[in-house]
Design a binder for this molecule. Structure first.
Ligand SMILES: *[C@@H]1O[C@H](CO)[C@@H](O)[C@H](O)[C@H]1NC(C)=O
Ligand SMILES: *[C@@H]1O[C@H](CO)[C@@H](O)[C@H](O)[C@H]1NC(C)=O
Ligand SMILES: *[C@@H]1O[C@H](CO)[C@@H](O)[C@H](O)[C@H]1NC(C)=O
Ligand SMILES: *[C@@H]1O[C@H](CO)[C@@H](O)[C@H](O)[C@H]1NC(C)=O
Length: 485
């Protein structure tokens, strides 16, 4: 529904309001076959073409066009319409129904054996259409991709499917469609067809636009699925995520997160029927707010589900203190256990106030591939106290300290070092460190080591000098002892 309204927004502006002088009457039910000369299109009305204003039809009539598409061919349907109460409906060969109000040369790509256009004209309106029959490219060189359980999703993009792509899985294939970043390209997702099997001869189940509009993932009935763009050369750059179904099976709903306006963007999850998940793709983003009820939990994972790469759990209580939070992985997965939640995102550090270390703030700093064995795990980040002085506490995982990897954590009071620790494999330690300062700086360098990446949790509390330095000194000494072993 969202996409339809967006379409309205885009094309409503373009809709030509010029009315022709004589509203036409259509002629009941008609069957349309491709012309003998398939270089010619079929137009309705016959004297119309897409360079002319959309012709007007009279009210109080119903018409049906059954348009045949031979096997091995597809029909390109171009429609312009403008209706108030009248209904223009198109049913494709899979039974998927599209209801149109305002359309301006919208394009559909329709497969055999036929599609049906219905006009239920309660009042006057405008409708013109063109159908061109084109042979499906039979000289394909299909590419193949494999997805496995307990693995990162595979990302493919609109433009990758001109030669057809066959995806095979250990169990079944889960397909999640994202819109194109360019909104004008959104309707062109209709060019890429989805087949429930290992070639374009398998059962045709719809197109990527329909998958996206379903609001969840499509799951193949067997181990393979085929994607194929009927009209080559449309590099619409829309993202398609492919996964083994075993990795997403537990989700009752699974949605893509995408942000058209990067700094005013939200995703709502509804887990009233069971766990609900959403996934977001690069680039780095920030969660600035989570609205949820008191009894549910939102868990966030890097890449895919698994305790090894869980980034955090949010509840209504800690969502006040543990945000904003940066996420820099390729895929970030949000899973809500029950009830509903709305997550608000921001695309940049400044508007998210990412570095602001307010009193009571908690959070974490993690590398982009945290929890996934990789040599691409560098991290450099800083949190700056918004109070005059803060008690800054951190803890870290020592699992990332392998080979020559180093983790350096510095707590500074202005330009003065309060605490500066470098951790390595030989002196690997873990524990909790607290010091008084105005900033926390974390640097991790893998130095060639393949590791699961650093994860540093931090807390800032406004420093209350009345508490006395004695206690802090004691804490400092005990930590120093712990680290000096
Ligand atoms: C569309 O129809 C008009 C009027 O018949 C004609 O002048 C024009 O050449 C046609 N355009 C195309 C692209 O066929
Ligand atoms: C399909 O692949 C063949 C062989 O690699 C290539 O020559 C052809 O251009 C490709 N077609 C499209 C539409 O990408
Ligand atoms: C969540 O889903 C349930 C069941 O589908 C529905 O009744 C409810 O209205 C939804 N809640 C929200 C906030 O969308
Ligand atoms: C902390 O110690 C490391 C290694 O000894 C050093 O390279 C770095 O400059 C120090 N950081 C600060 C802020 O002094």
């Amino acid at each position: 529904m969202i996409f339809r309204s967006l379409n309205l927004l885009i094309f409503g502006v373009l809709a030509v309001q010029v009315l022709s002088e004589d509203p036409y009457n259509c002629a009941g039910t008609q069957t349309i076959n491709p012309p003998v000369d398939t270089t010619k299109s079929w137009f309705y009305p016959a004297n119309w073409n897409t360079t002319l204003p959309t012709p007007q039809f009279a009210g109080n009539q119903n018409c049906v066009w059954n348009i045949n598409v031979p096997k091995g061919w597809y029909a390109q349907w171009i429609i312009s319409s403008n209706t108030k109460n009248s209904v223009v409906k198109m049913t494709d060969s899979t039974g998927y129904v599209t209801t149109l109000t305002v359309a301006s040369k919208d394009q559909y790509f329709l497969l055999d054996p036929s599609f049906k256009v219905e006009l239920q004209a309660s009042d006057a309106g405008q409708l013109g259409m063109q159908v061109t029959w084109i042979q499906v490219n039979s000289k394909l060189y299909p590419s193949t991709s494999k997805v496995h359980q307990n693995s990162l999703p595979i990302s493919l993009f609109g433009g990758d499917f001109d030669n057809s792509t066959v995806i095979t899985a250990d169990t079944q294939v889960s397909l999640l469609a994202f819109p194109s970043n360019v909104l004008d390209f959104l309707p062109l997702l209709r060019v890429t067809q989805v087949y429930d099997g290992d070639s374009i001869n398998a059962k045709h189940v719809g197109n990527l636009y329909q998958t996206l509009d379903s609001g969840t993932n499509f799951v193949s009935s067997g181990k393979s699925l085929t994607l194929f763009s009927l009209f080559p050369g449309l590099t619409t750059q829309n993202l398609v995520l492919l996964q083994d179904y075993a990795d997403v099976k537990q989700f009752k709903s699974y949605q893509p997160v995408y942000c058209i306006l990067p700094n005013t963007c939200a995703a709502s999850l509804n887990a009233t029927q069971g766990p609900a998940a959403a996934i977001r793709y690069w680039p780095t983003f920030y969660v600035t707010r989570i609205d949820m009820t008191a009894d549910n939990k939102l868990s966030v994972y890097n890449g895919y589900l698994g305790d090894d790469h869980k980034l955090s759990d949010y509840t209504s209580a800690n969502s006040k203190t543990d945000l904003p939070q940066k996420f820099n992985g390729q895929f970030t997965v949000f899973v809500l256990d029950k009830g509903t939640a709305t997550i608000t995102f921001s695309g940049d550090a400044n508007s998210a106030k990412w570095t602001d270390g307010f009193d009571g703030r908690n959070g974490f700093l993690a590398s982009p591939n945290y929890g996934l064995m990789s040599n691409d795990q560098s991290l450099a980040d800083q949190i700056i106290s918004t109070s005059k002085l803060s008690d800054i506490t951190y803890s870290f995982n020592s699992a990332s300290l392998l080979g020559d990897a180093t983790l350096n954590v510095a707590i500074m009071d202005g330009q003065k070092v309060s605490q500066n620790d470098t951790y390595t494999a030989s002196g690997a330690k873990s524990g909790t460190v607290t010091s008084v300062g105005t900033s926390l700086t974390v640097r991790y360098q893998p130095n060639g080591a393949v590791t699961s990446g650093p994860y540093v949790r931090f807390t800032l509390r406004e420093h209350n000098s009345a508490v006395g330095t004695g206690i802090l000194l004691a804490v400092g000494i005990s930590i120093w002892k712990m680290l000096a072993i």
